[in-house]
Write a protein that binds this ligand. Structure first.
Ligand code: PLP
Length: 346
């Protein structure tokens, strides 16, 4: 019997909606390196306005967005502070070292949030031996902690420390709209505590490609140049931006459904002997499932689930990550839970 595959590896697997494909087919385009693509210009203006910044630049990926932000805020030999499991530190191929030639100062957080006291003491003073601290990065929602939301007070405390010391703040907001949805606030309530923000269109928002970097006008001008340096100056990119506009206008409001499905998934799985879930960490569209008692490691368990048509990603040791998104329904979630329950019984 072939069973429908339920893909819970990531929200990046979402496909563009029919409305996106139609908008892409009909997009008005021009050469964006000349600033002449009206659809890209529209997307950038919309993005800047939504996150409350002066300007924005459209980039192919979240990784490029984060890295051009670091390049634009720092100089070679500076030090940047971030959480020790941050995407920028864990999953971006050492790009801060390679591209910006900065040193990374990781700080261990809790549910993705750094303790402001730890941040404060990590900021370098003036001393001939020390690098300059020029950037603090936060991540909201925080991927490696299982999609946890940084509390607004935490972001504010860290932002205030940064401003006191004349340090820039970048927000890796790949899923910042999930954070805003979970907090029940306008996304500007979050982005006010960062000078620049990167967010992805290609995850829960279902666009095929793309991220935006938003911030002050002069920063965005530097970021645009850094994008060119990295080979990210695209031409008739309006075809991609057209899907991005729909992502921002039509897909943000439904992210709550993904969060409900994640809760449903977590509750279902937590009833299964051998699986362990910290319900406090289930805040958005991710579920981190502890599997140590099954006798399998995270790779073995992911392979085991694949054999029953449920795709997940290995995450931390003895933990797999499951992500809900537009292309899985609540009945898919129930089906996934029942497949896992039956398979573990045997
Ligand atoms: C996915 C992600 C990125 C990078 O996005 P890509 O488009 O895959 O390069 C950056 N930060 C976080 C927190 C992410 O989850």
């Amino acid at each position: 019997m072939t069973r429908r595959i339920i893909d819970l590896r990531s929200d990046t697997v979402t496909k563009p909606t029919p409305e996106m494909r139609e908008a892409m087919a009909n997009a008005e385009v021009g050469d964006d390196v000349y600033g002449e693509d009206p659809t890209v210009n529209r997307l950038e203006a919309l993005a800047a306005e939504m996150v409350g910044k002066e300007a924005a630049v459209f980039v192919p990926t979240g990784t490029m967005g984060n890295q051009i932000s670091i390049m634009s805020w720092t100089q070679r030999g500076d030090e940047i502070i971030l959480e020790s499991t941050a995407h920028i530190y864990t999953y971006e191929v050492a790009a801060p070292a390679v591209l910006s030639q900065v040193q990374v100062r990781p700080i261990t957080g809790k549910y993705g949030a750094m303790d402001p006291c730890d941040v404060k003491s990590a900021v370098r003073g003036v001393n001939i031996h020390f690098p300059r601290t020029t950037l603090i990065c936060m991540e909201n929602t925080h991927n490696r902690s299982g999609g946890c939301v940084l509390p607004l007070e935490n972001m504010k405390a860290i932002y205030d420390i940064a401003k006191e010391r004349n340090i820039s703040v970048h927000l890796d907001g790949a899923r910042v709209f999930n954070a805003a949805t979970a907090l029940g606030v306008d996304v500007k309530e979050i982005t006010q505590y960062a000078d620049s923000v990167q967010f992805c269109l290609s995850k829960g928002l279902c666009a095929p490609v793309g991220s935006l970097v938003a911030g002050p006008e002069d920063f965005v001008a530097r970021a645009r140049k850094a994008r060119k340096l990295l080979g990210g100056g695209m031409r008739q990119a309006g075809i991609l931006a057209a899907a991005g506009i729909i992502a921002l206008e039509k897909m943000v409001h439904r992210l709550g459904e993904d969060h409900q499905n994640a809760k449903r998934l977590a509750e279902g799985l937590s009833q299964i002997p051998g699986l362990e879930i910290d319900m406090a960490s289930v805040q958005t569209n991710m579920v981190a499932v502890g599997i140590k008692e099954t006798g399998m490691d995270e790779f073995g368990f992911a392979a085991f689930l694949k054999s029953i048509g449920v795709l997940v990603n290995p995450s931390l040791p003895y933990v797999v990550r499951m992500v809900t998104h537009h292309d899985v329904t609540s009945s898919d979630i129930d089906e996934a839970v029942s497949r896992v329950r039956d398979a573990l019984k045997k």
